[in-house]
Design a protein around this ligand. Structure first.
Ligand SMILES: NC(=O)c1ccc[n+]([C@@H]2O[C@H](COP(=O)([O-])OP(=O)(O)OC[C@H]3O[C@@H](n4cnc5c(N)ncnc54)[C@H](OP(=O)(O)O)[C@@H]3O)[C@@H](O)[C@H]2O)c1
Length: 329
């Protein structure tokens, strides 16, 4: 039987130590299955958390790592009518995407818009939809309305900036490094500042007295408090990440006097609760933004799968210029 190279982990722990290369058998597709040659997969914070064992779900070990990624269909098994050789597909996260190839049920795959480049397609499952959904699902944003976020240089943060701009909303973007200010303004951020304890005091001036009703938090700690103090009446603070690894610290006053509400968002839950049609409609809108140049995802470095430990090491570095992308061929 043929084999395929994978990056897997047999125990949770230090991501650089537990990730390892291993060969796995690759079966020919049975009835209802397809074989997919994987092309690219990013290293996301959630992948790091899976290796650590700190993520919201766990896989039986050993497991192949990688939540998102893209491949092209190589062989279509009997009884499969909705896939053709060459289709761009997202293969199931439960099988891991940091691999050269996989044979799996067609029903567990997602066909992606053909207009996407393989690099774009490999990163359309997690970060752009997270930005899209958070901008749509919590507040009925009106044209010209403001949104505030921290971790604005993250992949999600950059998608928020670009999608908001494309859809006619304005963004206040908090970063932790001065050198990002001009870069994120050039990307479309309306206000970009290095976060400080008194940042919230400037919100009324920046927004001409119309403070945001939506704040997006991927940092936690004091930064979540800054966001909550920046919100206007009835505002919603949506937490989707905790990069500082600190519990969110929120002021009591704004919660009471401004009738704020605090929410969590998890893309995995969205996928579980929504229909394939809603998902595919969103993907097509994102693909259109990619196609007309309104949405880009920054890539810091492309690493071959064989250099998986170097790739994970690079992903753990602070102050990256974008995603670490695995080239799986
Ligand atoms: N809930 C969901 O469904 C969902 C979906 C996607 C992502 N996420 C989460 O969203 C977060 C961002 O993901 P991503 O893939 O967009 O990230 P990313 O591209 O890997 O970037 C990480 C970002 O975190 C910032 N950062 C790291 N440590 C920090 C700290 N101690 N304080 C403040 N900022 C810090 C970095 O700042 P610099 O730019 O200055 O280095 C960078 O902008 C992660 O927590 C991820 O797990 C959640």
């Amino acid at each position: 039987m043929a084999t395929t190279l994978t990056a897997r982990y047999a125990a949770n722990g230090n991501p650089i130590e537990v990730i390892e290369l291993a060969e796995e058998a690759l079966a020919a597709p049975a009835n209802g299955e397809i074989s997919v040659k994987l092309l690219f997969a990013p290293v996301n914070p959630s992948d790091i958390n899976m290796l650590e064992g700190t993520y919201g779900v766990k896989l039986p070990l050993p497991a192949v790592a990688g939540n998102e990624g893209v491949g092209r269909v190589e062989v279509v098994g009997a009884g499969v009518s909705d896939y053709q050789v060459g289709d761009l597909v997202k293969t199931p996260s439960t099988r891991g995407t940091w691999r050269q190839a996989v044979t799996c049920p067609a029903a567990d795959c997602i066909k992606l818009p053909p207009s996407l480049t393989p690099e774009q397609a490999s990163m359309i499952y997690v970060n752009p939809p997270t930005a899209w959904c958070m901008l749509h699902d919590f507040v009925d944003l009106q044209p010209g309305e403001w949104v505030i976020q921290n971790a604005a240089n993250s992949a999600v943060g950059r998608c928020v900036i670009q999608i908001a701009k494309a859809l006619g909303w304005k963004t206040i973007n908090l970063v932790r490094r001065e050198e990002l200010v001009e870069e994120l303004k050039a990307l479309g951020g309306d206000i970009v500042v290095v976060e400080a304890p008194d940042t919230f005091k400037q919100i009324k001036t920046w927004t001409n007295g119309k403070p945001p009703r939506l704040a997006l938090n991927a940092v936690g700690g004091d930064s979540a408090g800054t966001l909550s103090k920046s919100l206007g009446d009835g505002g919603k603070l949506v937490t989707y990440g905790g990069m500082s690894k600190q519990p969110i610290k929120l002021a009591t006053g704004p919660l009471i006097f401004k009738d704020l509400s605090y929410h969590g968002f998890w893309m995995t839950r969205w996928y579980a609760n929504r229909s394939a049609q809603e998902r595919d409609t969103m993907y097509q809108k994102l693909a259109d933004l990619f196609a007309n140049g309104e949405l880009k995802i920054a890539v810091d470095k492309v690493c071959p799968l064989r250099e998986i430990k170097q790739a994970v090491t690079a992903a753990l570095q602070e102050k990256r210029g974008g995603k670490i992308l695995l080239n799986l061929q």
